[in-house]
Design a protein around this ligand. Structure first.
Ligand code: ZN
Length: 604
């Protein structure tokens, strides 16, 4: 539904001015500028990626005209400008350097253009509620004749779907929540519960099996729509009238960013299905997990939001202790929806959960930071990880997804299958999400989360919240999984290879320590991240031979290690650790009652 606004539209125009120089030229036209001098600001971060990125640093040139004459435009801080008072139409024109091939910013060359509004559209202070018009212009030259435009923005009358021309947004918030791809992309569509979903695939993908891709994506989308609106049967149960997947394919890469009616995805072309291939490769499963994750955000974080995101504060960090709910629960459901939609088998789902368990149990940082604290500090810690991260922090994604798993199984067990986390998500949707863009933009307060969950489940969850959300104790996953007939067990490495107590990587010809684990052998021996291992007991160590060499030793053996720190050679005695448990296994038991509970959970 479109809100009507008394304000005249803010008009933007964006043109790929120089693909070779990676420059977009943008103009913003304000017909009613603030009499004391209109201010313009570019966001410092993009919602969904919780790090201050200072997008304004990519504005190369900028100037303003009032009624056609040049006027002063003062820069007030890193991303704010103020024009001289102007009685009449004020136009600001600027160039934006776009050479960040990610889902978070803007990218332009002669193969395609992509931008998020947060990177290119200045906010007209005080007129954020005004409707916006954007002219998306074709770059000049015969080479760009085949280019088209993909975006969730609504084409204005006179602009054909997928064409360059005028697009509309109800306000600034929608404008910057609708990324745009332009180029000669592959375009496919499918209907999910009656609503058109488009997929624009940029970059060469030889022998892509587009039909299979669209078929699998449709299953995932429909399973999610049905999760949130199980009763309704019309297309009104779908939160948007149209949805667009913008997929950029590259050699190596992985990422996604959610928006209210679209998502930007970056993936390796090798992750996508090849014609004639019918098996579910790990890579393709990973890609579908990404699709599932970003699509789930359509409900969870784009409509059900923390109160502090309604509206977002875009010029600085926007703190919330709830990312475990918005990212962690989304991470739980992304894989769960793959098995529920029939895209993967239950055994494959168990493997994904087991991997997440291994991932979380690897770092001792989980004993130092709660998922609520991890959420709050996302800006400076999760998004800015250094070599000490495993010792200092826990991921609100991975631990958050295990919290969701534990909560789901807890509710199912304690209510004897009468309630589940699905009921909580649906209730959140009804209370906060469904009408978020229909005149009721209210988010959930941090203090309201536990009472809300308790009300829906009918359970006292104080112990759960104290330990899982606001505590650091490991979750009782093995016990909970047993209730649905699954065993969780660590996999002991067969070769019995002792561990160094450090993560290593190949750097040139050297084997370099990248992370030294708290309480491990390397730390006790005085080794640090960045040290290059040279020899163990006088034998040359290389990235290629370290595993075989360590297999000749037993845990507790004392070895002499030579390592370079910068250009200084060190010699130290190191007592080898027990083999590292880096894998877990989840398997089905023969308990038939539990199997029924499991079937209900995995097929709900
Ligand atoms: Zn996410």
């Amino acid at each position: 539904m479109k809100a009507t606004s008394a304000l005249p539209a803010i008009r933007y125009a964006i043109v790929p001015k120089s693909p070779a120089a990676h420059l977009f030229e943008v103009t913003v036209t304000v017909s009613n500028p603030a009499p004391e001098g209109q201010r313009f600001t570019l966001p410092a971060w993009i919602p969904g990626s919780y790090m201050v990125r200072e997008f304004a640093r990519n504005i190369v040139t900028i100037g303003a005209t009032c009624r056609g004459r040049k006027v002063a435009l003062d820069k007030l801080d890193k991303h704010t400008w103020q024009a001289a008072p102007c009685k009449g139409t004020l136009i600001v024109t600027y160039e934006v350097y776009a050479w960040d091939l990610s889902v978070r910013a803007a990218h332009l060359d002669d193969s395609h253009g992509f931008f998020n509004g947060t990177s290119v559209f200045l906010r007209v202070e005080g007129q954020e509620q005004a409707p916006c018009e954007v002219d998306v212009l074709r770059p000049r030259g015969a080479a760009y004749k085949a280019w088209r435009v993909a975006t969730a923005l609504e084409p204005a009358q006179g602009t054909a779907a997928l064409d360059f021309g005028r697009y509309l947004a109800v306000d600034y918030d929608e404008l910057i929540d609708s990324p745009v791809e332009m180029g000669a992309f592959v375009h496919g569509t499918f209907k999910a519960c009656g609503v058109t979903h488009e997929v624009a695939i940029t970059g060469p993908v030889p022998n892509l099996d587009l039909d299979r891709l669209l078929r699998d994506m449709k299953k995932i989308c429909e399973a999610q729509i049905r999760l949130f609106e199980p009763g309704a049967s019309s297309r009104s149960r779908v939160p948007m009238s149209r949805y667009v997947f913008l997929l950029m394919t590259v050699g190596e890469g992985y990422g996604g960013l959610e928006h209210r009616a679209s998502t930007a995805l970056l993936a390796s072309r090798n992750d996508l299905p090849v014609q004639g291939q019918t098996n579910m490769s790990d890579a393709y499963r990973g890609f579908l997990g990404l699709v599932s994750h970003e699509y789930f955000h359509t409900w969870n974080v784009k409509r059900i939001k923390p109160a502090v995101f309604a509206p977002y504060t875009l010029d600085q960090e926007n703190y919330t202790r709830l990312l475990w709910l918005f990212e962690g629960f989304t991470s739980y459901y992304d894989d769960l929806m793959l098995v529920r939609s029939g895209v993967i088998a239950p055994a494959a789902y168990y493997d994904l959960v087991a991997k997440t368990v291994a991932n979380v149990l690897r770092g001792s940082g989980r004993f130092k930071q709660t998922v609520a604290e991890s959420s709050f500090d996302a800006w400076t810690k999760y998004y800015r990880q250094d070599e000490n991260a495993p010792n200092a922090i826990v991921s609100y994604y991975t631990k958050g997804s295990l919290v969701a798993l534990a909560l789901d199984l807890t509710i199912r067990s304690r209510t004897r299958g009468q309630k589940s986390l699905d009921d909580v998500m649906r209730a959140l949707w009804q209370r906060y999400g469904r009408d978020f863009y229909r005149g009721s933009p209210v988010g959930i307060d941090e203090d309201a989360v536990q009472p809300f969950f308790e009300e829906v489940s009918g359970l006292d969850l104080s112990e759960f919240f104290a330990t899982a959300i606001n505590g650091t104790r490991d979750l009782p996953l093995a016990t909970l999984l047993e209730r649905v007939g699954l065993t969780l067990s660590p996999v002991t490495p067969e070769n019995g290879r002792p561990a160094l107590g450090a993560k290593t990587a190949k750097r040139g010809d050297d084997l370099t320590l990248t992370q030294v684990l708290d309480g491990g052998a390397a730390q006790a021996a005085g080794l640090s991240a960045g040290d290059a291992l040279v020899a163990i007991d006088g034998l040359r160590v290389t990235p290629g031979n370290i595993d075989k060499l360590l297999e000749r030793y037993r845990p507790g053996d004392r070895v002499t290690v030579h390592a370079f720190r910068r250009d200084e050679l060190r010699e130290t005695a190191l007592t080898l650790d027990a083999p590292e448990i880096s894998q877990y296994r989840i398997a089905e038991t023969k308990d038939r009652a539990a199997a029924q509970r499991r079937a209900k959970w995995l097929s709900a």
